[in-house]
Design a protein around this ligand. Structure first.
Ligand SMILES: [Zn+2]
Length: 139
């Protein structure tokens, strides 16, 4: 079976995680091109900056907008990771703003990009469903 990983920022060293075990996977591996590693690092820094602005000032800066530059850059990197690694599936982790009370219990059923019904993974609550077509993973 193909290994499944995800790109998700979590204020940790890594931004790549095994989908089934939640173990960190380093993106600083020789197989990936320097260009892609740099792009992932830039995305990581940008995500952290925007996340902090959201925490401190309650302005989401594209964090929860699927079509924002931040999330587009992430999904593009994910696709390139797949291309360069060859034998993995790489999903981009995405969620809504759960700080709002009416959205705390929200469960993703449809893909926000292609509107397809999501596949249940049977994994933990942070990787509850995926869209294979768009390579997205949702809590
Ligand atoms: Zn989709």
């Amino acid at each position: 079976m193909q290994k499944k990983i995800k790109l998700m920022w979590a204020d940790a060293n890594s931004v790549l995680w095994e989908l089934t075990t939640e173990k960190e996977v380093s993106h600083k591996i020789p197989v990936l091109s320097e260009t892609l590693k740099t792009r992932i690092d830039v995305w990581k820094g940008q995500y952290k900056k925007i996340y902090k602005i959201w925490l401190d000032h309650d302005q989401n800066g594209g964090l929860f907008d699927f079509k924002s530059q931040l999330n587009s850059d992430g999904t593009i990197s994910c696709r390139d990771i797949e291309k360069e690694l060859g034998d993995v599936r790489c999903y981009y982790w995405f969620d809504i703003d759960r700080s709002q009370d009416d959205k705390k219990e929200f469960i993703w059923l449809q893909c926000p990009l292609c509107n397809s019904q999501l596949l249940k993974t049977g994994l933990n609550n942070i990787n509850r469903a995926i869209c294979e077509h768009c390579r997205l993973v949702f809590p």
